[in-house]
Design a protein around this ligand. Structure first.
Ligand code: ZN
Length: 140
């Protein structure tokens, strides 16, 4: 899939908001249909997921306390007719240990976010037999 670059957004999410929910609302409000995102900051009581292939669902890993967002990467595409953010994160604790996975939720203490909008053909997630909602694979 080829896209051209659209708008760039760089902003801070208000303290207390849920990171994932805010990104989805931001994308919807600003009509960002496709894009990539990255962020750094600090999250409280984040929950990350690990997709268990045999079960066909996410195992939820709840983390208690405040974690540094060491790295956060994601993308935005269309799911069920609306912009949907898919986000993965590495979270550091007070000992410098890092936990990570698919970000399910996390309360923002600080979050500095960069979003690169992409313009082109709509990229849509479709439910798969494996339990995930995915884009079509490309053929070469
Ligand atoms: Zn994921």
């Amino acid at each position: 899939m080829r896209f051209s670059k659209g708008r760039n957004f760089l902003f801070r999410i208000p303290e207390g908001r849920d990171f994932v929910e805010f990104i989805n609302q931001f994308a919807k409000k600003n009509h960002v249909l496709i894009g990539t995102l990255s962020a750094i900051g600090t999250l409280r009581n984040p929950k990350v997921g690990y997709f268990e292939e045999d079960a066909g669902e996410y195992k939820v890993i709840p983390l208690k306390g405040t974690y540094e967002v060491v790295s956060l990467l994601g993308n935005v595409s269309i799911k069920d007719g609306e912009p949907f953010a898919h986000i993965h994160v590495a979270l550091g604790d007070s000992e410098g240990r890092v936990y990570g996975g698919h970000l399910i939720e996390g309360e923002v203490f600080v979050a500095e976010v960069f979003i690169q909008e992409l313009l082109g053909e709509l990229l849509e997630r479709k439910p798969q037999e494996n339990g995930l909602s995915l884009w079509d694979e490309i053929t070469l």
